[in-house]
Structure formats: structure tokens, C-alpha cells
Write a protein that binds this ligand. Structure first.
Ligand SMILES: [Zn+2]
Length: 450
């Protein structure tokens, strides 16, 4: 059973912060299909469209019939652990610093046999196997005695160890397979190997950039519930007293900090104060006005949107990015993740909210750049694409809308499970599907009102 993680001790400031060594991350183009699915929290393997064979590792042709018609399909992950081994030595710097490391060989019910990182709560088949080996070595030497009956009992085949295989992104952002116990246990997320793959908020110090919105407040509450040690909550106008803000500032881990993303000096001052401590940044600050091009003269509203949604992210990334990167291997509560609350309108412009869509598309592009730059140090950049949120700027839109609390739990889940792209809510899921099917058709449908 996994032991619950204890609060990490304060770091000795004299000691040098270890540098991050990434696990091997090179993957071929075909194998990246697995990474794309894992980025959204799914375990997918190639399935042959001609003979239905499921295959692993990914290849360009079916291993059974050589057909090139292979489709990525979600897998249940149910399987049987055939054997396990514990690494006590590795030439790879990432694993060398994290030994011992448990690996297993799993035969999936779907067919292929895969090598997995093994969760500590999965039973060891070796222990069971050991018992039956003793039994079989005794049995030929004794005949008909009680001892032989006992030995026969011991020699009975043990039930196979069932595991549930899931795909996760490792610290290098590449998909790896993990063998989980079939049933969840209480402190499962505290497993050493699993914590390496995810960015669990527990015992981490987190910055939420805007606490005045309903989403910001829901986020703070969800992060505190998930065990965050400190949550710094930005508010651009500290002289304003807002009721929701008073509620969250009463929570023990919460500290309000002045932060105005449209002001470079404000961002730099905050980075100077907390830059060396922050482990997770959640950038939820946004300006949202419901205008297209024709509905409003001038560029002031569009300018304000761009200044927070795009330049705000850029200022924040320039000031806090280097500090996060430097601490990505800093003990059990190392710097871990950067979350951007974008919008599903970043994929395709929604004309009634046209300038907002454009600013989120720009932010999405910049977030991809941030992800590429952060990858070398193992910091995960999580992009969140909610559909319309149930707030004042979407009051004229019909339901379904994403409730702020639902958006907050989707973000905490993504942190815990190491998911990279999140599309919370029915609208975002549906838009994503339509966008993947044909972006041009979606554009035409949205121009006609959705
Ligand atoms: Zn085939």
C-alpha cells in the first residue's frame, strides 16, 4: 500500500538545486500518436481496420496482415501482469537519480504484450510464483503423505495478477505506459513513480493570477482542497473590496498578492517576491468582451483583451518561466506545471465574440511556444480550452455552459493525472470533435451562429 506523502522538509539553502535530466524522449512520428492521446488522458493503440488486430509498439503497417490502414482507438487497459523487475542500476541519468524503479511485463486482454512502469500497489507475481516453486520442488520426493498434499496445495496455480494499464506523459512529455492496480487505493497518487509523471497540487506552492472572477475563486478552493501548501492569489485592484475575494482570503493557505498582468512592473515585482518559490502557475486572468468587428468602433476593447490574454501571458512567462525551469528537479515538491486557461474559441473564431476569440488564438499559439521552451526542463504546460463559461460575459448564450467549479475540478484533475490538453464541458468536447473532423465545416457553421 502506498504510504501517504509527508510534508517535505524545508530546503537547505546552502545546497545546490539539482538540474533536471529528462527521461529518454525521442519517439518516431508514428509513435507520437500515443503521445497525442495521452496528452488528453486517453490510452490508445493502433487497431488494424482490415483484420482488427491491436498492435504495440506502434508501426506503419499491421503486424498481422501488413495493411497500412491503422486507426488509433481507445483501449480499456485491462491485462495480466506476467512478470516484474526492479531496476537497481541504470546508465540513464533520469532513472539513476530515482532508483529503485519498478517495471512490469503485461499481456493486455486486447492482445499485445507491453512493458509498463509499475505502480507500487500492484501485487508482485514473483511472491506468488515463489510459493508455488517451493511446492513443485518438494512434490516429486514425497508420495501420498500429508506433506505431499500440503505441497500440492502450494503448487496450485495462483490467480494471475490483474492490472489496469494507462498511458501518461512522463517528465519529457512523451507517452509511457503505467500498470495500475485494478482498484484505486487511498494514497495511490502519492506513489513515487506516479508523482514523477504528474503535477499533483499536494504540498505545492501555487500562483492563481486572478482571484476576482468566479473561475479564479473556484480554482483557489479546488487547489486548497487538493492540498496546496500556499496559494498566492493575484488581484489587479487591491483597493477594491470584493465579497468572493474575502471568502477565499480567509482560507489558511491563501495569500492575496497585487498582480496586474497589463503592467510589466507589477509582474516583475511579484516574480521578484515569489519567483524562487512558486511550483505551479495557473494563469486564468482574462478580459472578455462580447463584440465582433462591426459591433463596436475603435480598438480599445480588442486592445484590452489582447493586453491581458496575450501580452499578459507573455509578461508572466518572461518573468516567472526561468524561475520555474530552474527548480524542476528540486525535491518531491519540485516546480511542476504551468496552466493556461484559454478558450475553445481559440480553435476557430466565434464571430459574436470575435475579438476575444482572436486574442485567445494568439494566446494559444504563444502557449505552444511556452510548452516547447519548458519541455527541456520537464515543466508541463497545460492548455485548457473551456466552452462558454457560466459568467457575466456569456449571459446571452444558451446553456450548456461550464460552471466555474466544474472548470476548476477539470484543471485539478489535469494536474493530478498529467494531462496536457483539457477540453472541459460538453460544448468544448463537441467543438473539438467537429474541428477535428473538418475545420472548414466548423468555421462555416459558426459563421451561421453555431
Ligand atoms: Zn491487419
Amino acid at each position: 500500500m502506498t504510504m501517504p506523502l509527508m510534508k517535505p522538509r524545508r530546503k537547505n539553502p546552502v545546497l545546490r538545486t539539482p538540474q533536471m535530466n529528462l527521461p529518454p524522449w525521442a519517439r518516431g512520428r508514428t509513435a507520437l500518436g500515443m503521445t497525442a492521446a495521452a496528452a488528453e488522458g486517453r490510452f490508445e493503440l493502433q487497431v488494424c481496420e482490415r483484420c482488427a488486430a491491436v498492435q504495440y509498439p506502434p508501426r506503419d503497417a499491421c503486424h498481422r496482415c501488413l495493411s497500412a490502414q491503422l486507426a488509433w482507438r481507445a483501449q480499456s487497459g485491462a491485462g495480466e501482469l506476467l512478470s516484474e523487475t526492479v531496476l537497481h542500476h541504470s546508465n540513464d541519468p533520469f532513472y539513476r537519480e530515482r532508483l529503485p524503479w519498478r517495471l512490469g511485463l503485461v499481456r493486455l486482454d486486447a492482445g499485445p504484450t507491453v512493458i509498463v512502469h509499475l505502480h507500487g500497489d500492484v501485487e508482485s507475481p514473483m511472491a506468488l510464483q515463489g510459493d508455488s516453486d517451493i511446492g513443485s520442488s518438494i512434490s516429486p520426493q514425497v508420495n501420498g503423505s500429508a506433506a505431499a498434499r500440503g505441497a500440492e496445495k502450494a503448487a496450485q496455480p495462483q490467480p494471475p495478477v490483474r492490472v489496469h494499464v494507462g498511458a501518461r506523459l512522463d517528465r519529457a512529455g512523451a507517452a509511457v505506459l503505467i500498470g495500475f492496480p485494478p482498484e484505486e487505493s487511498e494514497h495511490m497518487a502519492d506513489d513515487k513513480m506516479l508523482r514523477e509523471m504528474a503535477s499533483d497540487p499536494r504540498f505545492r506552492k501555487i500562483l492563481v493570477t486572478d482571484g476576482k472572477t468566479a473561475v479564479g475563486q473556484a480554482l483557489v478552493q479546488a487547489l486548497v482542497r487538493a492540498g496546496a501548501e500556499i496559494v498566492w492569489v493575484g488581484h489587479a485592484e487591491p483597493w477594491k473590496k470584493l465579497p468572493g475575494l474575502a471568502d477565499i482570503s480567509a482560507l489558511a493557505p491563501v495569500t492575496l498578492v497585487p498582480l496586474d498582468l497589463s503592467n510589466g512592473r507589477s509582474v516583475a515585482e511579484l516574480a521578484g517576491e515569489i519567483g524562487g518559490k512558486v511550483d505551479i502557475v495557473v494563469n486564468n486572468a482574462e478580459v472578455h468582451r462580447a463584440f465582433g468587428i462591426a459591433a463596436r468602433r475603435g480598438t480599445d476593447a480588442a486592445h484590452a483583451e489582447m493586453d491581458i490574454n496575450y501580452f499578459g501571458l507573455l509578461r508572466l512567462a518572461q518573468e516567472l518561466g526561468p524561475a520555474l525551469r530552474a527548480r524542476s528537479a528540486d525535491g518531491v515538491a519540485h516546480a511542476a506545471a504551468w496552466v493556461n486557461v484559454l478558450s475553445v474559441y481559440a480553435l476557430s473564431n466565434y464571430p459574436p465574440h470575435g475579438t476575444f476569440s482572436a486574442s485567445k488564438a494568439a494566446a494559444h499559439s504563444l502557449a505552444q511556444c511556452l510548452r516547447a521552451e519548458m519541455r527541456a526542463s520537464g515543466i508541463r504546460v497545460i492548455n485548457v480550452f473551456p466552452g462558454p463559461i457560466d459568467d457575466e460575459w456569456n449571459q446571452n448564450l444558451p446553456p450548456p455552459k461550464v460552471a466555474p467549479a466544474a472548470l476548476a475540478s477539470a484543471i485539478v484533475k489535469a494536474l493530478k493525472e498529467g494531462i496536457e490538453d483539457v477540453y472541459p464541458g460538453d460544448v468544448a468536447q463537441e467543438w473539438l470533435e467537429r474541428w477535428r473532423e473538418n475545420p472548414k465545416v466548423l468555421e462555416r457553421e459558426l459563421s451561421a451562429g453555431g
